[in-house]
Write a protein that binds this ligand. Structure first.
Ligand SMILES: [Mg+2]
Length: 254
């Protein structure tokens, strides 16, 4: 029996949430009546980054608390949670086309799948419910439950001693975190060059052109150089269709 836990990042790995296109613009419109600049919502982003750089990982993803901190002297007429619930509807949130077919095949094969996201449950569940993703997961692991966040190795304790294959789009969170926790990191990169797509997934990350691809991406994301080697994934895939084979192979190695 395959005892490996297959964990998924959500945002930009499986789905697009409503924050950037709907929730933040609505917060911005309200903040504009209290702050002089064009994009006062950037105050929330700065506070989020300040918390991250202070090592306050859990607090960095609590958007209601961040909004309260930024708009301290004003009565806020909504919560971020309410805005997410309002905008988590068909047409405003969406799934990548490969997600449901891949999740169906993995479910049929008996894979044990969980969500492992840095988004609080109250901001993610309305979206996964709307998109029909929630039933695929037997666990939903978030910062408020784990009391930490990716890329902290302790976040991956949701595996409870079992091996974890973690799939995500962020090198500095998903891949770095899984590597630090000595788990199996799978980087989903849908723009992977066809040269690399055309070779078996077992060989890709050792291919010389992968190092070039990885370094370019790490520089683009502003990841500090000293972390680059720890951000090297064990596997890179351009579509979730390839995950079943990785899961089978790692299950046999178990
Ligand atoms: Mg992501």
């Amino acid at each position: 029996m395959n005892e490996v836990v297959l964990s998924f990042d959500l945002d930009h790995t499986l789905m697009i949430n409503p924050f950037r296109r709907w929730v933040f613009p609505e917060i911005n419109r309200w903040l504009q009546s209290h702050f002089p600049e064009e994009n006062p919502v950037n105050r929330l982003i700065r506070e989020h980054r300040r918390r991250l750089s202070d090592g306050a990982y859990l607090e960095a993803y609590d958007w209601d608390d961040i909004l309260c901190t930024v708009a301290l002297e004003h009565a806020i007429p909504f919560t971020v949670r309410e805005l997410v619930e309002k905008h988590a509807c068909v047409g405003k949130v969406w799934l990548f086309a490969d997600v449901l077919p891949a999740m169906d095949r993995l479910t049929q094969a008996g894979a044990h799948m969980v969500a492992a996201t840095n988004g609080f449950t109250r901001y993610q569940r309305p979206v996964t419910d709307c998109l029909g993703l929630t039933p695929y997961f037997s666990g939903f692991y978030t910062p408020e439950e784990m009391r930490c966040a990716k890329p902290q190795a302790s976040f991956f304790q949701f595996g409870k001693g079992r091996r974890v294959i973690h799939v995500g789009d962020r090198l500095d969170q998903d891949v770095l975190g899984a590597n630090r926790a000595h788990q199996i990191s799978v980087w989903i990169y849908r723009e992977l060059h066809s040269d690399l797509q055309n070779i078996p997934f077992t060989e890709r990350t050792r291919h010389p052109s992968f190092s070039t691809c990885l370094t370019a991406r790490l520089y683009r994301e502003g990841v500090p150089t000293e972390l680059h080697e720890t951000c090297r994934p064990q596997y890179v895939i351009s579509t979730l269709d390839e995950l079943l084979e990785i899961w089978k192979q790692e299950g046999m190695n178990n």
